[in-house]
Design a protein around this ligand. Sequence first.
Ligand SMILES: CC(C)(COP(=O)(O)OP(=O)(O)OC[C@H]1O[C@@H](n2cnc3c(N)ncnc32)[C@H](O)[C@@H]1OP(=O)(O)O)[C@@H](O)C(=O)NCCC(=O)NCCS
Length: 184
Amino acid sequence: MGACQRLGILEPVGVRRAAVTDASAVRALLEPAMRQGDLLPLVPQNLQRMLHPFGLEWCAFVAYSQGRAEGCPESLRDETGSTLTGFAGLRFWTPTHAEVRTLCVGVDAQGQGVGRRLLMRLEAEAALRGAKTLFALTKAPHFFARFGFEVVGKEAFPWKVSGDCFGCAKRAGCQEVAVSKELL
Ligand SMILES: CC(C)(COP(=O)(O)OP(=O)(O)OC[C@H]1O[C@@H](n2cnc3c(N)ncnc32)[C@H](O)[C@@H]1OP(=O)(O)O)[C@@H](O)C(=O)NCCC(=O)NCCS
């Protein structure tokens, strides 16, 4: 159990649009999952795109816990002193197809509904922007399955494969599974 959980400060959790000023805390939040191989390394330019306030094709959200608490790393704090607990990005590939990018909950905050809240927020945002299909390439397909996503072939998203997968250093032996959900 992490220090933050022991201190019981991970409630209440809020979700808000990620901002440029969150970049450093977001990188700190994502680093353990990337080091473990749960997430692919995030291209710096893509993080900038996700954090851009007027992005049309990209956006992102952070989950946060209010308040300062002893024991939580300074590196996860945002401008207001809240602690970032999760991150999730959205990328539109076509006017109707959006991808869940870099969904990650900090180790201390996992298992408390943060991932669920972030995914719900992404779904709402995707639908608001006109998406009919929300998809992800993930090593955690069972998490997505809980929210109505189904495993599909990557060939369903040819622009994703040619745009990202072809240039990926981990393409040979890729362990990511494509999951997809039709939005109402
Ligand atoms: C996968 C991840 C986002 C889940 O976030 P979380 O905040 O721990 O998940 P939640 O607490 O919101 O769980 C919601 C539900 O999903 C289930 N769940 C969580 N992680 C799961 C997993 N890896 N596999 C299957 N089910 C999972 C929970 O049991 C819960 O079920 P319930 O509704 O029956 O209670 C988080 O573990 C994480 O960031 N992992 C590292 C990065 C990663 O793998 N990202 C995957 C997306 S690319």
